[in-house]
Design a protein around this ligand. Structure first.
Ligand SMILES: NC(=O)c1ccc[n+]([C@@H]2O[C@H](COP(=O)([O-])OP(=O)(O)OC[C@H]3O[C@@H](n4cnc5c(N)ncnc54)[C@H](O)[C@@H]3O)[C@@H](O)[C@H]2O)c1
Length: 458
């Protein structure tokens, strides 16, 4: 078993801490955020990630996890995993301040022959910069390995333990071999390459996935005008082995902590290096347009949103996480607010405080049932499982106009319509009914439905 340090205890770092400890390694977790470290000492993750709390609690109770809010004089570790944030800065470039700070702080603490393993997503060439900084601290036996992380929030623990592949990039074959051995029991293919190629693999992977989503969203907008069903189109395409079915779900577009900043960073690197990243630019533009399209759809259905009360279901950028970075749900909510709607956001796992930091003008509601009274539209923006099973007929009863916008094509369209809603979705016009389809409010008192048109409820 190895002695491992993990620097940065956010979504990636905490999962690495929990998983390495569960695999029997001795893990020192370091973060400059004192609150995160205090929570970790009690085995509590600072983020919502299914399955993580059990791993952290076990690791802390068994003594395999030690959490520190400052760098020790000597880091007891053969492997130092770097998992600090690399957000976007001006012009899409990656902000590498946390990487630089972490390397400067840890370089003097390393034991001889330690390997710095970089999991943060960094522009091509950063690994070489890390090596130079570490070497300039004096110890010439330190090696650097790029080991990009591919986990997805919401399924991160499983992704870490059962990776599709492991990328190990280094110019030092011995260090690469030592890192590869940490992953050998996972049974996944391990690709050994140079540092710069490993860094590029991470960007190319995320750019490709974002492209797939923007592609199917463009197909959805074509389906809307030619009267075809984009979910069937995606199914038909996905059955082709060369294409595959994943990331072909039309919706309100991609977001989150990785795709936006990684596509922007790659575009920036390409432009600064003299390449012409035309496809990446279009992928980003289509994604922005997708937010505007859903707002337009709501405006068309309601005859304008000024003064309308709209409840947005979901704030997280996807289900099973409380991460709201670049969340499409919140961006759509804010566009609706800017267009004059009264917007109420409800999310089962994201705190109101967290949303207010990013979007201080959005109203967050803790209680969906209270919020629904007098509402004109429900917009499904994050497909949390709890939303799929909502008591729709009951909700429709309290609404002023029962419009349901399925921004994730996640609902059973017929069930939504039978609950009394006028239904709108993405790229499936055949499921939507006519523009002013009457909505049926189910009267629970005598079991008799009463019809009224959407327009008549204004
Ligand atoms: N979140 C994901 O799904 C995901 C997936 C794959 C790769 N990545 C990449 O992994 C990296 C980390 O992402 P994240 O989502 O975990 O970020 P995060 O913001 O959730 O966590 C980063 C952590 O680093 C800490 N930190 C900052 N400066 C530090 C320093 N000098 N020393 C010690 N700790 C410091 C912060 O306090 C924070 O807890 C990024 O480069 C990201 O692109 C993220």
């Amino acid at each position: 078993m190895a002695e491992i340090a993990v620097i940065g205890c956010g979504h990636v770092g905490l999962v690495a801490v929990g998983c390495f400890a569960a695999l029997g390694h001795q893990v020192t977790a370091v973060d400059v955020d004192t609150r995160r470290i205090e929570l970790l000492r009690r085995g509590v993750p600072a983020i919502y990630e299914p399955g993580l709390e059990d791993l952290l609690r076990d690791g802390v109770e068994s003594g395999r996890i030690e959490a520190r809010d400052r760098y020790p004089a000597e880091l007891d570790a053969d492997f130092v995993f770097l998992a600090v944030g690399t957000p976007s800065s001006t012009g899409g470039a990656s902000d590498l301040r946390a990487v630089r700070d972490a390397i400067s702080a840890l370089a003097p603490t390393l034991r001889p022959n330690a390997v710095i393993v970089n999991k943060s997503t960094v522009p091509i060439g950063t690994g070489n910069m890390i090596a130079e900084t570490a070497l300039s601290a004096g110890d010439t036996s330190v090696s650097v390995v790029s080991n990009p992380e591919f986990l997805q929030e919401g399924t991160a623990v499983d992704n870490f333990m059962n990776p599709d592949r492991v990328i190990v990039g280094s110019d030092d074959p011995d260090a690469a071999e030592r890192v590869a051995q940490l992953y050998e029991d996972f049974g996944a293919p391990i690709l050994r390459t140079d540092i710069r190629t490993a860094e590029m693999i991470k960007y190319a992977s995320n750019a490709f996935l974002a492209t797939k989503v923007s592609f199917i969203n463009e197909m959805a907008s074509i389906c809307d005008v030619v009267n075809a069903d984009v979910t069937e189109v995606a199914r038909g395409m996905g059955l082709d082995d060369r294409i595959g079915s994943k990331f072909l779900r039309a919706g309100i577009g991609w977001g989150g902590s990785c795709f936006p900043k990684d596509v922007a960073s790659l575009e920036h690197t390409a432009s600064m290096s003299g390449a012409h990243p035309q496809l990446l630019r279009d992928v980003v533009e289509i994604n922005k347009e997708q937010r505007r399209r859903i707002v337009h759809k709501i405006q068309t259905a309601l005859g304008g949103v000024e003064g309308r009360r709209i409840v947005v279901l979901g704030a997280a950028f996807k289900p099973n996480t409380d991460d709201i970075r670049e969340s499409p749900a919140l961006e759509v909510s804010d566009l609706l607010r800017l267009a004059g709607a009264e917007v109420l956001v409800f999310d089962p796992h994201v705190s109101a405080e967290k949303i207010r930091v990013e979007f201080p003008r959005l109203t967050v509601t803790p209680d969906l049932i209270d919020a629904i009274e007098g509402t004109d539209a429900l917009v499904l923006a994050t497909e949390w499982p709890a939303f799929i099973d909502l008591p729709l007929a009951e909700l429709a009863l309290g609404m002023r106009t029962a419009l349901f916008i399925d921004g994730r094509n996640a609902m059973d369209a017929r069930a939504v319509r039978e609950a009394g809603f006028t239904y709108r979705c993405i790229g499936r016009p055949g499921l939507e009914g006519g523009p002013l389809e009457p909505v049926t409010h189910i009267d629970r008192s005598n079991g008799v439905g009463s019809d009224h048109a959407l327009a008549s409820n204004r």
